[in-house]
Design a protein around this ligand. Structure first.
Ligand code: HEM
Length: 241
């Protein structure tokens, strides 16, 4: 049977990208990741969900009255996700990998634990989202792919297959980075009706934005990840023609 998407090795060696563009890109990713940890995650640890709901912080009102198990999953998701988001960029820093491989290994293990905790907890909270089915399927698929890509990256490095490990880690962090891209897409989608000269109402604008964002937050990231994988000559996927 012909597979729809076939893995291809585009180059035998591990590519070593460098240069100013890579450095600017890496610095941008690091700073935006840290900004989202500070802006979106840390506020949840400054007061109770009930207090935060009263102050209109993030999704506190959705989870303030949820069952303790769901609230626990919500906090676990934020901690796991924040750990992964903040640590991920370090793993792509070649200087650290070359000079301190033990640090790379330990940061990598912590990153993977963050992903596992964040993803399993994400699967628990996805059905409780006020955005209904689209959030369930969009965030649910994201959580499953987050786990699968992490597992593939881990398995590859256990086999000492460094190029495959790098390729799966690029895909995995592209999914982690959806925490940033979601928060870029959301205001753009909220303001789009205004830009198009349409009547604007908060509740409708939010519902419309949330109808797209559970998928829009990560599908384009995967395309960019695959482009980066190819550019580095790592094992990539292609559609057979
Ligand atoms: C990549 C896989 C991820 C999945 C599947 C996922 C899933 C979810 C889901 C289902 C919700 C609740 C949405 C709702 O109730 O409408 C949520 C909220 C949240 N997630 Fe994630 N998430 C992911 C990554 C991350 C990462 C990396 C962070 C790190 C900061 C993060 C931080 C948060 C925060 C802070 C909230 C609360 C919402 C807010 O205040 O903006 N998530 N996530």
């Amino acid at each position: 049977m012909t597979r729809l998407i076939e893995p291809v090795r585009t180059a035998p060696a591990v590519a070593r990208p460098g240069g100013i563009r890579s450095r600017i890109g890496w610095t941008f990713v690091l700073l935006t990741a840290l900004a989202i940890v500070a802006y979106a995650a840390t506020p949840y640890f400054t007061a109770t969900l009930t207090t935060l709901a009263g102050d209109g912080v993030g999704l506190a009102s959705t989870y303030a009255d949820a069952a303790p198990f769901v609230q626990g999953a919500f906090y676990a998701h934020i901690v796991g996700g924040a750990v992964a988001l903040a640590l991920g960029p370090l793993q792509f820093w070649r200087g650290l990998r070359d000079r301190a491989p033990r640090v790379h290994r330990w940061v990598g293990r912590t990153y993977l634990v963050g992903v596992a905790v964040g993803a399993v907890a994400g699967l628990i909270i996805a059905p409780t989202s006020r955005a209904g089915y689209v959030a369930f399927f969009g965030f649910g698929a994201l959580a499953v792919l987050w786990l699968v890509t992490a597992w593939r990256a881990y398995r590859a490095i256990r086999r000492h297959d460094v190029p495959s490990h790098q390729a799966w880690m690029i895909r995995n962090y592209a999914l982690t980075y959806s925490a940033v891209t979601l928060r870029i897409w959301l205001p753009l989608l909220l303001l789009a009706p205004l830009a198009l000269g349409q009547p604007w109402e908060m509740e409708t604008a939010f519902a419309d934005a949330y109808a797209a964002v559970p998928f829009l937050a990560w599908l384009p990231n995967l395309v960019v990840a695959e482009w980066l994988v190819r550019r580095r000559g790592l094992p990539s996927y292609r559609l057979p023609v």
